[in-house]
Design a protein around this ligand. Sequence first.
Ligand code: DC
Length: 220
Amino acid sequence: MGASAIPVIAIDGPSASGKGTIAAAVAQRLGFHYLDSGALYRIVGLVAGERRANLDSDTEISAISLNLNINFIREEVWVDDRDVSGMIRGEVAGAAASRVAALPGVRAALMTLQRGFRKAPGLVADGRDMGSVVFPDARLKIYLTATPEERAQRRYKQLITKGVDASMAALLQDIRDRDHRDSNRAAAPLLKCAEAIELDTTGIPVEDVVAKVLQLYQEH
Ligand code: DC
């Protein structure tokens, strides 16, 4: 089967809209592979920060992006011989990710890597530009949203559960800042592409959203 015959479900949307949870659950239900594209940008942000690279230099950060040995092993994310699963979830890596994601050379470097995840029997990919740029021929394109308040609330619960101290006001501000940066950059800004089906998940349980995506996939 040629790569283009392998079905892709693209799930895009702003930060903390629940994409990761929904995409992983849909992949599991269908027995498909799962790509968390945000993790790739987070890895680049993390490594670039560790190497004290200039986070605004496309040349410097693209060179780093092209030479990363990344492996997803079950729930874990490895770079070379390091498990970076915990580190890439931190706010520092997140903020760095959002900066390096604005660099066109970095996006190009990660494109090939992302397309490599398209393997039989299928792929569920989540991110910002899965349906618009990376997998324009995706069988189903979903754009997940939720109000900034609901997204901040979800992140707050997640952090508190993990025993991390958090402030609702700071989280809400962080979400608004990130939305602004992700939507206003020149390279592949966050936007809903015309064919994408928008699902507002505010106040809707995860299981219901998963069921809706599966139903839409069957209909496509
Ligand atoms: O989804 P996330 O929060 O893990 O993404 C981290 C950052 O990477 C976020 O600021 C946007 C960026 N990103 C992107 O530009 N394109 C993607 N396909 C995925 C993430």
